[in-house]
Design a protein around this ligand. Sequence first.
Ligand SMILES: O=P(O)(O)OC[C@H]1O[C@H](O[C@H]2O[C@H](CO)[C@@H](O)[C@H](O)[C@H]2O)[C@H](O)[C@@H](O)[C@@H]1O
Length: 392
Amino acid sequence: MTKQSVMVSEAANAALTKPGLNIATLSVAVSNSSLFPYTPPSYATPQAFTTPSSAYPPPQMPPAASIITISRRKPLQKLDTTSRINGWIDSMKASSPTHIKSSPSLDPSSWTVHHPSALSMFEQMMNASKEKQIVMFLDYDGTLSPIVDDPDRAYMSDSMRSAVRAVARYFPTAIVSGRCRDKVYRFVRLAELYYAGSHGMDIKGPARRPRSQRNWALDKTGKNKAVLFQPASEFLPMIDVVYKALVETTKGIPGAKVENNKFCLSVHFRCVDEKRWSTLAEEVRTVLREYPKLRLTQGRKVLEIRPTIKWDKGKALEFLLESLGFANCEDVFPVYIGDDRTDEDAFKVLRDRGQGFGILVSKIPKDTNATYSLQEPSEARTGAPVPTLYTF
Ligand SMILES: O=P(O)(O)OC[C@H]1O[C@H](O[C@H]2O[C@H](CO)[C@@H](O)[C@H](O)[C@H]2O)[C@H](O)[C@@H](O)[C@@H]1O
């Protein structure tokens, strides 16, 4: 990081004294800094993947083959089907706030003690980021857009888009989503961001950089290469086959929807009658037992199917920090805001690194590796970084 960028970061952070951590206050405070427009560090050079140009080394990614793992799990058909399905159903039910609230281990009062509101801790957080380069990571669904019944209509508000655009003028900013990259881009429509789609398995750098970031060094050909990293590309044919199989097998279940997220799949059950959840889980299990190299995780009323590679949103965050030139760097301050289980991998990375902080967006107590929380829609009402309408 250059001295100049550190100074700017310090000045910007010092300006951030108003309560209420949200994208709007962050960007307003930063833009009020007398040092702007700033010259950012050379962190954001897309060609850092091929041409070291910053003070920090280029990312050291493992060869694609080494991150592919062969599932060591026994084939599903050899397991006790009933207990597996019951486990899935319990897990699907547990995604309901009612079920979570009933858990004594997630007492709301103690949860907020351990994960204070990001609003009340705003000043402390800004102090912690002094003299450091903030890097923003934002989940999409449930964080930038409200949760809605139809995944194809999870639109982001114009005010949210403006707020993200403003932040990206000053800090490198990435959207990290379970959705396919193209689709999340169509919702966000900000060319200056990094996008990590398919739970981080499809990473692409900015198509257009903010004016203040156009000093990135050029590669040998005089062009800036786009960042592109797709560690699960060999799974594409398999994902396509499984997508078709799932569409076919779930078509008799009203409300079920299979979404092709390119390197992973989502089977939505938000609109499925709870009485049919076990049937849906059984259908998915039947398809997946033929594909031991795929694994199943769960999000908010969605079953997510993805390759068994050791790659997740946490790895994507590390990859992006590395590509930005912050691999082994003390003066970076990553902030990750997310609402879902898959965001926990990123929260954990930040906790393990002891850098920055994760903010969990949730109205209800959850087990989390995030440091802070945003619990109520009203907390982030004015130009918030998170949607003002959270529904489950
Ligand atoms: O990582 P994310 O950006 O949070 O994506 C996770 C999943 O988000 C979407 O599903 C969720 O939002 C939908 C629209 O609000 C909602 O209908 C669904 O119940 C939620 O699970 C997306 O459709 C999935 O593909 C993503 O995996």
